[in-house]
Design a protein around this ligand. Structure first.
Ligand SMILES: Cc1ncc(COP(=O)(O)O)c(C=O)c1O
Ligand SMILES: N[C@@H](CCOP(=O)(O)O)C(=O)O
Length: 471
């Protein structure tokens, strides 16, 4: 029996996994979620101990994928995806305090946690498109890391063109170059004169223009695509099991922007993983921390920070949580999203907020607090944090949880992606790993485009392989 998926807005058709994978955003503007949550028994979770990352991934992912891929195909794709990681454990845990651990998610090709999902997503999409004999045009929005991961994962896929929208001047040099120096004709880096929220709104607007969407056969690789979330659930299991789950609960602190990563942790819990607390950590762009504190989701201006990948106000995946907290009432989600579109805010009802607060804590770290924790950890543990992981570490350290419960901080990026911020905080210049050591010398290819839907659509339509062949 294969799972079916429903839209959070309730007005798009239910689909199977392969259709959800290729659809991205639902046609009613909502996000797909499984019609029900698969469960893993305590016995099954216990059995993960001593297994490889790929073996655990197959067990966790299989219920979501159902029969979309043939026998053996899923395993091959998982093994291929994680063979690109430079650590044998794929996502190792490093102890940095008495009962505090960093889950290093940045050993993939582009040095950020996005590789964990993107490497697999590219294999899934390539296979699903081949099964149908189709091509697709990926439109992606990035605040820095999703874009590089997508460029790397899809650069050899002959069935897709990839258009990556990033905020002009608001990503680190390494992040920008990971998008602009990929020497493949199917990868296009587009610097939008706006912020990440503008890029994400443009991507969603392209999907909501159904004629354009169908003509270009659009696909998504942001976390609006359910398959991204699925791949990110796995490391919550591997980390918790290596610290004693299912007999011993653990807590996770997650540096948060678009709410995809921490939502994957919530799904792991819904599947049966004993998670004590999920702590949402934001930088000063703190819409999620404010919402969890006050019940009011209200978009304010975005401030550039030293953790630029989290400079986000419109946090896509919060919609998935809202759907759950509202008892899967799609009409309530539609009302909140209409209010957000109209006035930039909505109020989460008390009953839904009680549900959310039952699962999540939240906090923010200022720029000073981020620097202070980077300095402290360098001095006390000899560990160099990237600024995003530092935000989470600072927020986690300020929480008053049960000290006997292991606290796992998600390490979402390698410090060498943000050398200026790391040097300023710690005095240390983090070296780029060898495979990207020459990235600052490679030739860049980028197009600057105004924050304008028609201009972006013209760029997308004019740069697909079909358009290039005609030209
Ligand atoms: C390095 C880094 N950390 C944290 C985040 C936040 O993750 P999410 O958007 O899944 O909340 C992002 C991007 O979103 C990121 O690139
Ligand atoms: N921080 C992200 C923003 C996009 O998030 P996604 O998880 O929805 O792809 C980035 O680095 O691009």
């Amino acid at each position: 029996m294969s799972l079916s998926y429903v839209s959070t807005r309730g007005e798009a058709p239910s689909l199977g996994f392969a259709d959800v994978l290729l659809a991205g955003l639902a046609r009613d503007g909502g996000l797909y979620v499984p019609a029900e949550w698969p469960n893993l028994s305590a016995e099954a979770i216990k059995g993960f101990a001593g297994k490889s990352y790929a073996e655990v991934a197959e067990a966790v992912i299989k219920p979501f994928v159902g029969s979309a891929f043939g026998a053996g195909e899923l395993r091959d794709m998982i093994e291929g995806a994680y063979s690109t990681f430079r650590h044998p454990a794929v996502t190792p845990l490093v102890q940095t305090g008495a009962n505090t651990f960093i889950l290093e998610l940045f050993h993939g090709p582009t040095l950020a946690f996005k590789d964990v999902a993107m490497q697999l997503l590219a294999r899934f999409m390539d296979r699903a498109l081949a099964q149908r004999g189709e091509r697709a045009t990926i439109v992606a929005a990035t605040s820095g890391d999703t874009g590089g991961a997508a460029a790397e994962a899809f650069r050899a896929c002959s069935r897709v063109d990839v258009m990556i929208l990033f905020p002009h001047g608001r990503v680190s040099d390494v992040q920008r170059r990971q998008m602009t120096t990929v020497d493949s004709p199917n990868v296009h880096a587009v610097a939008v004169e706006g912020n990440f929220d503008d890029c994400q709104a443009l991507v969603k607007a392209m999907f909501n223009d159904h004629a354009f969407r169908d003509r270009q056969r659009l696909a998504a690789v942001n976390s609006i695509n359910w398959a991204r979330i699925v791949a990110q659930i796995v490391y919550y299991f591997t980390a918790a099991v290596s610290l004693g789950a299912p007999h011993r609960p653990v807590s996770f602190t997650v540096p948060t922007g678009n709410f995809g990563d921490v939502f994957a942790g919530y799904v792991a819990k819904r599947m049966g993983l004993p998670v004590e607390r999920l702590i949402v950590a934001t930088n000063q762009n703190d819409i999620l921390a404010r919402t969890i504190e006050t019940g009011r989701y209200e978009v304010k201006g975005v401030h550039p920070t030293t953790s630029p990948s989290m400079d986000i106000q419109v946090s896509s995946n919060f919609e998935r949580l809202l759907f759950e907290a509202e008892g899967r009432d799609a009409s309530a989600v539609r009302r909140h999203m209409a209010s957000l579109a109209q006035s930039g805010a909505f109020t989460v009802p008390g009953t839904a907020m009680a549900q959310i607060r039952g699962e999540f804590d939240a906090g923010r770290a200022s720029e000073d607090e981020t620097v202070a924790i980077m300095k402290r950890l360098r001095k006390e543990a000899g560990y160099v944090l990237d600024p995003h992981t530092a935000v989470a570490y600072a927020v986690g350290a300020a929480q008053s949880g049960d000290p006997s419960v292991p606290q796992i901080v998600l390490g979402t990026a390698h410090p060498a992606k943000f050398p200026d911020a790391v040097k300023a905080a710690t005095g240390e210049h983090p070296a780029l790993p060898l495979h990207v050591a020459d990235i600052l010398e490679r030739k860049e290819r980028v197009t600057v485009v105004p924050n304008d839907l028609a201009a972006i659509q013209a760029f997308v339509a004019g740069n697909t392989r079909a358009a290039r062949e005609v030209a």
